[in-house]
Design a protein. Structure first.
Length: 115
């Protein structure tokens, strides 16, 4: 099983980034997909999640209205569109696949928001 995030980087406040999470070695459509983030020196927290057929999404209050989670089951990929980024969004962003008692994590991608 491989889970790999991409799309992180350095962006100015107010900017946008689109993160991708590509999975292989699993039946992707079975898994609930989630994005977590871990700011420096802090715990890892849930940012957003999406159901297996993308009919339900959930967002942390701090990102609601700015971030959008989506998935393409034909491409075995999930996305996190991040708009109006602020310095407090700086963190390592992780992708998680979850199905019943099985969970997989990616290694993370760094997002830094700074002028």
């Amino acid at each position: 099983v491989q889970v790999v995030e991409s799309g992180g980087g350095l962006v100015q406040p107010g900017g946008s980034l689109r993160l991708s999470c590509a999975a292989s070695g699993v039946t992707f459509r079975w898994y609930v997909m989630s994005w977590y983030r871990q700011p420096p020196g802090k715990e890892r927290d849930l940012v957003a999640s999406i159901s297996t057929v993308a009919d339900s999404t959930n967002y942390a209050a701090s990102v609601k209205g700015r971030f959008t989670i989506s998935r393409d089951n034909d491409k075995d990929t999930a996305y996190l569109q991040m708009n109006s980024l602020q310095p407090e969004d700086t963190a390592v962003y992780y992708c998680q696949l979850n199905w019943r008692a099985t969970t997989y994590w990616g290694p993370g991608t760094q997002v830094a928001v700074s002028s």
